[in-house]
Design a protein around this ligand. Structure first.
Ligand SMILES: NC(=O)c1ccc[n+]([C@@H]2O[C@H](COP(=O)([O-])OP(=O)(O)OC[C@H]3O[C@@H](n4cnc5c(N)ncnc54)[C@H](O)[C@@H]3O)[C@@H](O)[C@H]2O)c1
Ligand SMILES: [Zn+2]
Length: 394
């Protein structure tokens, strides 16, 4: 007969000998520092130095996305000027290291190796800082390297794309791709600090300026109906790249992502429910099927459309809401039709790959309403094929 006492948290003694088994809970405290600023490397701006704390001078090395380095040609001089003004807290042991931007950095292990080498050459220790300046892909690759070096050097993220500022940079994960699988290698490693500098957003291509808006729509749909209303109402301004309209959207999205991590009860994703992955099973597969020609944020927009349509076909979401979501994404300028969607069978393989990545039962977040997510553990492939067709406009 099974004991009613769970076999955890007890010391099992074996007739006066040393215990043969012992289960002990332990808790680790983390502090998540999220800052919003403008012009972070202006010597008069204390945000970065303050985020490093007052523990004396620390070594640091900056790793910069090549796209950012190209857009900000004087970045190295600005970083040096900043270090000079804040020599009490930081010392850059080497010049900034430029890292290829975009998914390329996650697809070739040589890039992670080069970043690891850069940390070695700068003599970083566990109390040093790796400062990653870039889009979500560069943050992922530098974060992965930082988690491995000395089993973890402090990582400060300076996200530079809409997506990185409103989602990726705030998270506690990093990862690179392997064997054609998205984020196959990676760790959970909370950053030391995340500093969103709005100035970086001004040099983005229209495509990268827009693509991160899908993550704001996603978090609104699963967490905050009023935020969805706000995005919907702001869509015409966002479509025409209105910087002032973007800032509150990025900020609210980042806050909602942060709230989920610090208050959601499952920062390291041990449980099944994964509302922040709404729309992501299809997104990850689409990115892979397009050989990463489609941006993560663009793929997420398509994935949201598909899972909203499926939620409606299941009878969970009023059909009018699924249509509202589709219209909002299109008003933001997202292209919801994609050649890859014609291969619905291959896309559906993404469900199995998603389950493998998360472990355990298949768990897909769907919508019960705008602002309310719920989990499904089975997906009807015929119905999902219909949703894929319904979500992509003719
Ligand atoms: N770790 C996480 O929790 C998490 C969450 C969401 C997404 N991600 C990952 O983030 C990646 C997508 O990130 P992304 O959308 O930021 O795109 P990205 O990192 O691929 O960058 C897109 C392009 O923008 C350029 N760029 C970046 N900042 C710039 C700037 N300020 N000015 C000019 N050009 C600039 C880059 O060089 C690149 O060419 C994906 O790999 C995705 O898997 C990770
Ligand atoms: Zn995402």
């Amino acid at each position: 007969m099974e004991s009613s006492v769970p076999p955890t948290r007890q010391t099992i003694s074996t007739n006066g000998h040393l215990p043969a088994a012992r289960d002990a809970d332990f808790v680790v405290d983390y502090l998540h520092r999220l800052r919003f600023t403008r012009d972070v490397f202006n010597p008069a701006n204390p945000t970065l130095a303050e985020a490093m704390g007052r523990g004396g001078q620390r070594r640091a090395r900056v790793f910069v996305d090549a796209g950012v380095a190209a857009a900000w040609p004087d970045l190295q001089q600005r970083i040096e000027a900043y270090a000079k003004s804040h020599a009490d807290v930081l010392h850059f042991a080497r010049p900034m290291q430029i890292v290829p931007g975009g998914e390329a950095v996650k697809n070739d292990p040589a890039h992670v190796q080069a970043i690891v080498r850069g940390m070695h050459e700068a003599g970083l220790c566990r109390k040093s800082y790796a400062i990653a300046v870039g889009g979500g892909a560069v943050l992922d690759a530098v974060g992965f390297a930082a988690a491995m070096v000395h089993r973890g050097v402090r990582l400060i993220r300076l996200p530079t794309t809409t997506l990185a500022q409103d989602d990726a940079g705030v998270g506690v994960k990093n990862g690179v791709n392997a064997f054609g699988k998205k984020n196959f290698l990676g760790t959970f490693a909370p950053p030391w600090a995340v500093i969103n500098d709005e100035l970086f957003l001004t040099t983005l291509s229209d495509r990268d300026w827009r693509s991160g808006l899908s993550e704001a729509v996603k978090v609104a749909l699963v967490k905050d109906a009023a935020f969805f209303d706000q995005i919907e109402a702001t869509a015409p301004r966002l479509r025409t790249r209105d910087h002032e309209a973007l800032l509150p959207i990025v900020r609210r999205s980042a806050e909602l992502h942060l709230n989920h991590i610090v208050s959601g009860g499952d920062p390291f994703e041990l449980h099944e429910a994964r509302p922040l992955d709404f729309g992501h099973w299809a997104a990850h597969k689409l990115e892979q099927m397009s050989e990463f020609r489609i941006r993560h944020g663009e793929a997420v927009a398509i994935g949201i459309g598909i899972d909203a349509a499926y939620s409606a076909l299941l009878g969970w979401l009023p059909p009018g809401d699924a249509e509202r979501i589709r219209r909002c994404l299109m008003n933001l300028g997202f292209e919801l039709a994609n050649d890859q969607l014609r291969e619905a069978h291959s896309l559906l393989d993404g469900l199995g790959e998603f389950r493998e990545h998360l472990g355990g039962r298949l768990t897909i977040s769907l919508l019960r309403g705008i602002g309310t997510a719920d989990d499904a553990h089975e997906i009807d492939h015929a119905l999902m094929t219909k949703a894929i067709i319904a979500a992509s406009p003719s």
